[in-house]
Design a protein around this ligand. Sequence first.
Ligand SMILES: C[S@@+](CC[C@H](N)C(=O)[O-])C[C@H]1O[C@@H](n2cnc3c(N)ncnc32)[C@H](O)[C@@H]1O
Length: 344
Amino acid sequence: MQYPLNLDKHLEPEVCSGMDDIRREIDHIDRTIVSLIGRRAEYVVAAAKFKTSETSVRAPERFATMLVQRREWAVAEWLNPDVIEKLYRDLVQYFISEELQHWKKGFSLDKVVPWGRSYEEYVNMFNLSDADLRQRILGCGDGPAEFNARLSAHGGHIVSFDPIYEFDASQIQSRISEIYQTVMDQMGRNQSDYVWDVISSIEDLGRIRMSAMNAFLMDFETGKRDGRYISGELPLLPFAKEQFDIALSSHFLFLYSAHLSAEFHLQALEEMLRVAREVRVFPLLTLDGKRSPHLDFVTEHLGKQGFSITVRRVPYEFQRGGNEMLHIERSPNGHLVGHAQKDA
Ligand SMILES: C[S@@+](CC[C@H](N)C(=O)[O-])C[C@H]1O[C@@H](n2cnc3c(N)ncnc32)[C@H](O)[C@@H]1O
């Protein structure tokens, strides 16, 4: 319930008969001002859905013209414009940070379909040996996959990185519930695009995915506190050079080639290669089952930088034809590879 904004029935300053009257009036005016700031905040929240980028949320030009106008209003009211500008500068900065939070949440919840694979699927997709599993691993775009929960429970060293980790477990769980049926219906309509052997049916798929995502949800809050789930977005990684041995990307790079440019892919892979000595990406297919059009571009550029690049056959195929991963590592002798070598 908002505070009534009517100032009409209150005493004019010149008819106040003592400090009690004056203090009551000042309290009433300040209460009204705070209530109006609350109303202002509602418009700020409403604005978030019309903003298309962080810059449009910050709107630096609008900020500058607003301050000039508030200075003019201050002069018109016989107030010190510097004081009023400072007041608005602080107030607007506060609202911008609030608006950014709303904008980021709206952005992620609208766009992200959290969907996570099982531990066994990760091991097979990336052909991870027991020795690999003892390395320091970074999972980029791991979302609600089970890999981190299971590997760390067995003493492995794993950090997962994904924008959805900005949310808490209950928010991610609700988003999974919201999209679950849509994803399953879509899989049902496109059954012939998948290989139904290890995963034997749509029902089996639903069971495997939900069991993996539940394992993630159970582990998430503890893992986040332990620094195993870090929120953020490629193409930048908040990690030190060579902080990891192996960086993985499952069902993010190449799969979304229609949404993410070739340059984005190259930047993301270079960044993964900065923080890890070896990178593995699975699958090499796009959402519609075609080989990614960005594959040649990135292998050519990384090859020229001296990385050793191979396309390797792996013991996993669910999306039909998706049984290869890209393997990139620093070449021990700095030798140039150029294009991806086939290692089937
Ligand atoms: C299809 S899911 C794959 C989840 C998991 N890797 C798996 O295979 O089960 C794609 C994931 O990429 C994440 N993602 C989206 N944009 C990203 C970005 N710029 N950087 C890192 N991850 C991102 C999404 O939040 C989502 O969790």
